[in-house]
Design a protein around this ligand. Structure first.
Ligand SMILES: Cc1ncc(C[n+]2csc(CCOP(=O)(O)OP(=O)(O)O)c2C)c(N)n1
Length: 334
């Protein structure tokens, strides 16, 4: 496939997504610091181009992409599940796609291609390898498994078993590494001797590419190429290098374990501003359009959060309803 052409409309959609990701990140921080919600939610601030690139690739391709999401890919889950059903689920409210009992980690809807992740990191790649194996056995065409993880999660040994199985059985599967340079408090250089984590693909005789995760076009292009290979039963790895701006979760004081000097000039590394400038240079955006998109996304995301907060939470009986938790209903049939 190689170089991918994106139309003006597609680039403007990509801009919508990157701004939406920024606003979702800001809302999560705002809601936690104001005490409106509790919990360790992991903000995507600084990593918006990764999600915008992924969503743009999924939207552009005819390949059906079943997958999980990392705990910073709220915008990808919102794309798959719908903004309101996803945000309500994140808020653990009844209007959520799983009635508010899954939360964002375990949110599931096979119909909408969302596979549940696992709270214990490492397992999901194996889970998706199994899923992709099922797709292949079923004779599905142009349907793949999408397996994303962070730089820390792939240090779990189970991920190598998944890569090996995918390579041996030629599974329709794309491994995606969202490398934000740090896992909780551990910098990536203390986890891996490799400069590029996608190089691990070589050990399994797979292709692996590393792209600038601050550039949504580069991410979308690499993912579209990777999806195409996967659909042709060539499992492969795409790595997007980005930067985590906040602590691990909202409220985590990262100055205790890393130099936060980079925060003095976030504009210099801001993926939203960089992409915005690109579109302004192309004359696809001007100040008025920038303002309009920002206002529209703030309104859309705020409405989803506010509406979610008006909904009740699941009752004790609903949460403990074993028939539901252990049912075969995963939100639609394959
Ligand atoms: C098996 C396991 N060990 C530890 C944790 C605790 N934990 C949650 S997120 C996280 C860091 C993950 O880092 P990374 O995969 O790089 O993703 P990031 O948070 O940087 O986006 C850890 C250690 C866990 N959930 N599962």
């Amino acid at each position: 496939m190689g170089a991918v052409n994106f139309s003006k409309e597609e680039l403007l959609n990509m801009y919508d997504e990157i701004v939406k990701a920024r606003v979702i990140g800001e809302k999560i921080v705002e809601f936690i610091y104001s005490g409106r919600i509790a919990g360790a939610i992991h903000p995507c601030l600084g990593q918006e181009a990764v999600s915008a690139g992924l969503v743009s690739a999924f939207r552009k391709s005819d390949i059906k992409t079943y997958g999980t999401a990392t705990h910073r890919m709220q915008t990808v889950m919102a794309y798959r599940l719908g903004l309101k059903p996803f945000i309500s689920e994140l808020l653990l409210r009844k209007g959520g796609i799983n009635g508010g009992i899954s939360g964002e980690y375990h949110v599931t809807s096979i119909e909408k291609t969302q596979i549940p992740g696992t709270g214990a990191l490492g397992g999901a790649w194996g889970l998706i390898a199994g899923f992709a194996w099922g797709l292949k056995t079923d004779g599905r065409k142009r349907e793949i498994g999408f397996a994303p993880y962070g730089d820390g999660a792939i240090s779990s040994g189970a991920t190598y078993e998944a890569m090996n199985l995918a390579a041996i059985f030629k599974l329709p599967m794309l491994f995606f590494i969202e490398n934000n340079g740090i896992a909780m408090t551990t910098p990536v250089i203390k986890q891996s001797p490799l400069e590029n984590l996608a190089d691990r693909a070589a050990a399994f005789n797979m292709k692996g590419v590393t792209v600038d995760g601050n550039d949504p076009i580069a991410v979308a292009e690499a993912v579209l190429n990777g999806m195409e290979l996967a659909a042709n039963f060539e499992p492969n790895v795409v790595e997007a290098k980005c930067m985590r701006w906040e602590g691990h979760y909202v409220g985590d004081d990262q100055s205790l374990y890393r130099d936060v000097k980079f925060r003095d000039n976030l504009d210099a590394i801001d993926p939203v501003l960089a992409f915005q400038k690109k579109l302004v240079d192309l004359k696809y955006l001007d100040d008025a359009a920038i303002k309009k998109v920002r206002e529209a996304k703030v309104a859309e995301v705020s409405e989803a959060f506010e509406e979610g907060m008006t909904q009740g939470v699941a009752t004790r009986e609903e949460v403990l309803d074993y028939n539901r938790i252990y049912s075969n209903d995963a939100g639609g049939e394959l």
